[in-house]
Design a protein around this ligand. Structure first.
Ligand code: URA
Length: 237
């Protein structure tokens, strides 16, 4: 089936009231499969998708357990036509309070990294010129790492955001965003600073700013600054 047929098929079932589907594994005959948990139907990107439409489709989301403790859904912020999108892991306490991504300590460091690197390199951009979002849109309790099902459910919206903005490059911040967007088995230390691709969009991987806030990570900080320099020149030169 091609993607248009799959969409038509899923839309049909959604329209007649189904809100979950079962997925069969390719690895085992159906008769031997344990009863699997239903997966929520994926968000179907309309042909002319927009960020407003994606936010509407998220609605007052209850698709996974992260909804239970959240205060606000943190959708994303910045320039909707940005040439560069940063993707983090998920909201922390400050982001959950304000409904905006990267506004706490890690966010302040990210802003500094973007604006100081740009200004040193003579690139006229500020934080509002880029777009910033996360893999999961609700704060995981105690800031734990999002679980695979939470990433999969929320990932559909992240993918739509990226397809809608279609930036010239994406910057992946840390291991969780790397796992969500790229099929690499390498760790962050080996993958950072190199170009990868999400669909056909170039991706630069670098450390998560929270990791850089730890005192003993001075070397990582220098490396992250180098990654950002490479990225900004690629996007804005
Ligand atoms: N860490 C993230 O990954 N995202 C935020 O929005 C804030 C902190």
């Amino acid at each position: 089936m091609d993607p248009a047929q799959i969409r038509e098929y899923l839309e049909f079932y959604r329209d007649i009231g189904f809100d979950s589907i079962y997925r069969l594994s390719n690895d085992a005959p159906a008769a031997l499969l344990p009863i699997s948990m239903p997966s929520p139907l994926p968000g179907l990107a309309p042909d002319h998708d927009t960020l407003d439409q994606i936010r509407l489709d998220i609605g007052d989301c209850k698709r996974c357990g992260l909804c239970e403790a959240r205060t606000n859904i943190v959708f994303g912020s910045g320039n909707e036509k940005a040439s560069l999108v940063f993707v983090g892991e998920g909201p922390g306490a400050d982001e959950d309070d304000q409904g905006l991504p990267f506004v706490g300590r890690a966010g302040q460091l990210l802003t500094q990294m973007i604006e100081n690197t740009a200004s040193k390199e003579g690139i006229p951009i500020r934080r509002p010129d880029v777009y910033i979002c996360n893999v999961v849109k609700c704060r995981p309790p105690e800031n734990r790492t999002p679980q695979p099902d939470e990433m999969e459910i929320c990932g559909q919206f992240l993918f739509r955001q990226l397809e809608t903005i279609r930036p010239k490059a994406i910057c992946v911040l840390g291991a969780t965003a790397m796992k969500a967007l790229l099929n690499t088995k390498e760790g962050i230390t080996r993958s950072r600073g190199k170009w990868h691709k999400w669909r056909d969009i170039p991706v630069m991987i670098t450390y998560h700013p929270s990791y850089l806030l730890r005192q003993y990570n001075q070397q990582a900080k220098r490396e992250a600054w180098e990654d950002l320099k490479t990225l900004l020149h690629f996007v804005y030169d």
